[in-house]
Design a protein around this ligand. Structure first.
Ligand code: ADP
Ligand code: TRP
Length: 358
């Protein structure tokens, strides 16, 4: 429950699909772990999802499923403020106000914007177009249609508003979001110094004391991610999940005792370390070292251990999704709490900027 003397933690996940093991170990499980010690605020970023123009029915379904997944994984609406971004209209108004202090140049140089704009326009980065100047020319030249919308450009403003409107100081996010957090700090400093106020505290990233986790995919390289198409979802039923794990990429097996692990095998061990007991991990490590390992056995074990984590969550997701009344109670309560602080910040901001009532 929000308490004044606790530090304010805030984080959100975009409403773009079901949550996977990467989201669970990288974000959600940590959200659950800090609920008792901080003033926690977790939301579903549906306005951010609009930057990629989702189908309206799909957007609503995604908001609902992430909400159910948050709750099923252990976020407690009595302890944390759980809300939907668009239920807090103060965010939209502050986004307009803050944009008056944000430069289009700095937005165009943001890595996530460059990536998304290039993707929308089908441009691959090359040595020729990698400099900021070349990119700006290219985008302004190519983006005369709506494929690169203004919302995509101002994505960092909206994210800064999510954080600053709640005056959050601790923001648990993955590595890919650190640049957005740096911009948030810059916008906060700039606003404070332009008006000579101390309105916004500067937020920092937050790993809850542990090292950041990167959950790998099953395709042999890189991280598990929605756009990589290599995910194990919390909602996957046992048949689907077992099939995905059994199909994971491997190699031809260790050729000599104590060989180094190839990337696909190291990835399987990373997943095993997250979900299995130390004894199981040791058993397979020893088997790899003495060349007796059978990848089929490792995968079977891994699938069962992942299922032991996901099955109770999946069952709760399905129960929670069926309880519309509960879901709507949770978001109403969350919106009420989130709006209280948001309304205060917005009214201070309006006053500071000279917007006064007659
Ligand atoms: P995706 O990459 O699947 O689109 P998001 O970018 O929406 O996922 O990430 C939501 C949260 O989950 C972020 O805090 C992000 O850091 C975390 N996350 C996503 N994928 C992974 C992963 N493979 N390992 C660890 N954390 C992850
Ligand atoms: N941009 C974040 C992502 O893609 C989601 C997000 C939106 C967020 N607003 C936020 C995260 C505020 C932390 C704080 O994952």
């Amino acid at each position: 429950m929000a308490e004044q003397n606790k530090e304010i933690v805030l984080s959100g996940i975009r409403a773009t699909g079901n949550l996977h093991l990467g989201n669970y170990y990288g974000a959600l499980r940590k959200f659950v772990a800090v609920q008792d010690d901080y003033d926690c605020n977790f939301f579903i970023a549906d306005l951010h999802a609009l930057t990629t123009n989702p189908d309206p029915a799909q957007l609503h379904a995604n908001v609902k499923s992430i909400l159910a997944e948050y709750l099923a994984a252990g976020l407690d609406p009595e302890k944390s403020t759980i809300f939907v971004q668009s239920d807090v209209p103060e965010i939209a108004e502050m986004y307009l106000l803050l944009n008056m202090h944000v430069g289009i140049g700095e937005l165009m140089r943001t890595t996530s914007f460059k990536d998304k704009a290039r993707k929308a326009l089908g441009i691959t980065p090359s040595a020729d177009n990698d400099s900021d100047e070349a990119f700006e020319k290219e985008i302004i030249g190519a983006a005369t249609n709506k494929r690169v919308n203004a919302g995509l450009l101002t994505y960092p403003t909206l994210m800064a508003v999510d954080i600053l409107i709640q005056k959050a100081t601790k923001v648990p996010v993955g590595k890919d979001q650190l640049q957005h957090l740096e911009l948030t700090r810059r916008f906060a400093r700039r606003f404070n110094s332009f008006y000579g106020v101390e309105l916004f505290p500067e937020p920092s990233d937050f790993n809850f004391g542990g090292a950041p986790v990167k959950v790998p995919g099953l395709d042999g390289s890189g991280k598990m991610g929605k756009s990589e198409g290599n995910c194990i979802y919390l909602i996957d039923d046992p048949k689907v999940l077992r099939k995905k794990v059994m199909r994971a990429v491997t190699d031809e097996g260790p050729q000599a005792p104590d060989s180094p692990l190839s990337e696909p095998i190291a990835n399987l061990f990373t997943l095993l370390e997250l979900t299995s007991t130390p004894e199981v991990v040791k058993h397979f490590r020893d088997a790899y070292a003495d060349c007796s390992i059978r990848y089929g056995d490792l995968k079977k074990q891994l699938a069962e251990d992942i299922l032991a984590v996901t099955t109770p969550i999946r069952e709760r997701i399905n129960d929670i999704l069926a309880d519309e009344a509960y879901l709507s109670r949770v978001v109403k309560m969350g919106a009420e709490r989130a709006r209280e602080r948001a309304a205060n910040t917005l009214s201070e901001m309006r006053h500071i900027m000279g917007i006064r009532k007659f």
